[in-house]
Design a protein around this ligand. Structure first.
Ligand code: ADE
Length: 230
C-alpha cells in the first residue's frame, strides 16, 4: 500500500527520514517529496510548511500525484486539555477550523456552507493506533483537534477555542489536511505530541520542545506503519 506521511515543519519529518534511511527525492509543486519503502509499504514523506494553505497543497499532491491510499500526519500541537502535558500524544477523532468565521450570516464558528464544522478521522486507523498504544504501553489521548492559521499563545484565545469546539489540542494544519483527504475519500489520521500549552509561554516552550515532541510523534507513526495491513 502507498502511504503518505506528512508534517508541517522539517523538524517533524526529520526523525522519520532518519529512521527509514534510503529514500529518493522528487521536487514538485514547490515542495520536496521523499519516497522509500518501510514496513512492507511504499511511503511518500514530506513537510508542507506551516499553515492550512501549504498543508492542503501537500496533501493534495500526495494523493493526486503520488497516489497515496492513506495519509498519516505527524507533528506537534499546543495542548488544551488538562490531561495533556508536554510530550504527551493526542490523536484526532475529529478536526475543525477554529479561525473560520462567517457567523455574520448566522452560521456557527468553523462552519462553511456545504461542509461541516467537524471532519472525523478514519475509525480503522484510530483503532490500529489504539492497539499500537496498548502494545507499547504508551498513552495516546483521543480528542478534538482545532486548526487555524495562528500560533496561539494566549490563555483567552485558548479558552475560547476550548469552549467553542470542545477541543483538546490545537495546531495549524490538521483540519485542512482532513478536508483534502475527506474530499478525495482517502483515510487519514492526525497524531500530535504536545510542544506547549498555547498560553503566554507557548513561544518559548515550542522552541524548547519542538524537536523532542516531534520525535515522540514520529516514532509512534512509524510503528503504526509497521502494523498497517496490505
Ligand atoms: N503547534 C504547536 N503549538 C502550537 C500553538 N500554540 N499554536 C498553534 N499551533 C501550534
Amino acid at each position: 500500500m502507498k502511504i503518505a506521511i506528512m508534517g508541517a515543519m522539517r523538524e517533524e519529518i526529520d526523525p522519520i527520514l532518519e529512521t527509514v534511511g534510503n529514500y529518493t527525492t522528487i521536487e514538485h509543486a514547490g515542495n520536496v517529496f521523499y519516497e522509500c519503502t518501510y514496513g512492507g509499504h511504499e511511503l511518500v514523506i514530506a513537510y508542507s510548511k506551516i499553515g492550512k494553505v501549504f498543508s492542503a497543497i501537500t496533501a493534495s499532491v500526495m494523493i493526486e500525484r503520488f497516489h497515496a491510499e492513506k495519509l498519516l500526519f505527524s507533528g506537534v500541537a499546543g495542548g488544551i486539555s488538562k490531561d495533556l502535558k508536554i510530550g504527551d500524544l493526542v490523536m484526532a477523532s475529529a478536526l475543525c477550523q477554529h479561525d473560520v468565521d462567517i457567523t455574520a450570516f448566522g452560521h456557527p464558528f468553523g462552519f462553511i456552507p456545504e461542509g461541516s464544522v467537524m471532519i472525523e478521522a478514519d475509525k480503522s486507523l484510530l483503532a490500529i493506533a489504539s492497539k499500537v498504544a496498548a502494545d507499547l504501553s504508551v498513552k495516546v489521548k483521543e480528542g478534538i483537534i482545532a486548526t487555524g492559521d495562528q500560533f496561539v499563545a494566549s490563555a483567552e484565545r485558548k479558552a475560547w477555542i476550548e469552549a467553542t469546539f470542545k477541543a483538546d489540542a490545537l495546531e495549524m494544519e490538521g483540519a485542512s489536511v482532513a478536508c483534502v483527504c475527506h474530499n478525495f475519500n482517502v483515510p487519514f489520521f492526525v497524531l500530535r505530541a504536545i510542544s506547549d500549552t498555547a498560553d503566554g509561554d507557548a513561544g518559548m516552550d515550542f522552541d524548547t520542545f519542538l524537536k523532542s515532541s516531534a520525535k515522540v510523534s514520529a516514532k509512534f507513526i512509524l510503528t503504526m506503519v509497521e502494523h498497517l495491513g496490505d
